[in-house]
Unconditional design. Structure first.
Length: 264
């Protein structure tokens, strides 16, 4: 049984173990709930329905070697490969990667997948032309500075790193798509992790909050520059709810932040 979420300190090992266990046990449910919206071979950035095919935040991908961080069932990597990129998806969850293989079979393609932690990438320096992440890994890791530093290390000079995360302002509100999620309840400045836990206090699901300033400092400390910050608006004809993301809230408060960064 899951008890009320709390904001509390957690060791990096406990955070990683909770994330791994959650994605192992919830991958099937997650894909059943969101798979149709994501598409088998599509690049969906966020619940606000921003598709890379329309937004082109990555620029030209053809001929590029692209790293997808926290790829899940690799829908984005499959889309990138179909555009002529060489895509490599990493994820910590074997269950998510098994779903990727199922989708590969359906699409008659073979994605390149590596089971790895985004905080320690198993790739050589300057071995990618582009990196991206649609809510993969960054919101879930204790050390998002390590993710920025690792991605910067594996990118070549001039390469872009584009990642989508929960918009930091959302951390003031309850995880509720309805009216209950419209009143600020928690300090924006509270960086303690959001933890769902069982009766014994064992963490079952964890997310880590950073403010906008924290994210910018982590990006620049990794030697990257911020080229843009996209705060997608909720489309008028879109009424699909995804967890806390709903039309009601989306029309009032940004739900996603997409950081467009590059390596000088
Ligand atoms: C919300 S899903 C995003 C995946 C895909 N873009 C999607 O929209 O379904 C988050 C993914 O990040 C992965 N993840 C969480 N922590 C990670 C870590 N430390 N390293 C690599 N992947 C991680 C999870 O296993 C999960 O597949």
């Amino acid at each position: 049984m899951i008890i009320k979420p709390v904001r509390r300190k957690l060791s990096p090992a406990a955070s990683l173990a909770a994330s791994r266990a959650w994605w192992e046990s919830s991958a099937a449910e997650y894909q059943a709930e969101h798979g149709e919206f994501l598409g088998d071979s599509d690049f969906m950035w966020c619940p606000e329905r921003v598709r890379e095919a329309d937004a082109r935040l990555l620029g030209e991908v053809r001929g590029k070697r692209v790293l997808e961080v926290g790829a899940g069932a690799a829908q984005c990597s499959r889309w990138l490969a179909a555009q002529g990129a060489t895509a490599i998806g990493i994820d910590i969850s074997a269950a998510q990667l098994r779903h990727a293989r199922t989708l590969d079979e359906r699409a008659a393609v073979r994605s390149t997948l590596v089971m790895a932690d985004a905080q320690r990438l198993p790739f050589a320096d300057e071995s990618f032309d582009l990196a991206c992440s649609a809510y993969g890994a960054v919101p879930f890791v204790e050390d998002s500075q390590a993710v920025m530093t690792e991605v910067a290390r594996v990118l070549r000079s001039g390469a872009r790193w584009v990642f989508a995360v929960t918009h930091p302002i959302r951390w003031c509100f309850l995880d509720d798509p309805g009216e209950g999620g419209l009143t600020a309840k928690t300090s924006y400045f509270d960086r303690l992790p959001y933890v769902e836990q069982d009766e014994d206090g064992t963490p079952t699901y964890v997310e880590h909050h950073r403010t906008i300033g924290d994210r910018i400092r982590e990006i620049t400390a990794a030697g990257l520059v911020v080229d843009d910050l996209i705060e997608p608006e909720w489309p008028a004809d879109h009424d699909r709810t995804w967890g806390q993301w709903s039309k009601l809230r989306g029309e009032l408060i940004p739900g996603t932040a997409i950081f467009i960064t590059s390596k000088p």
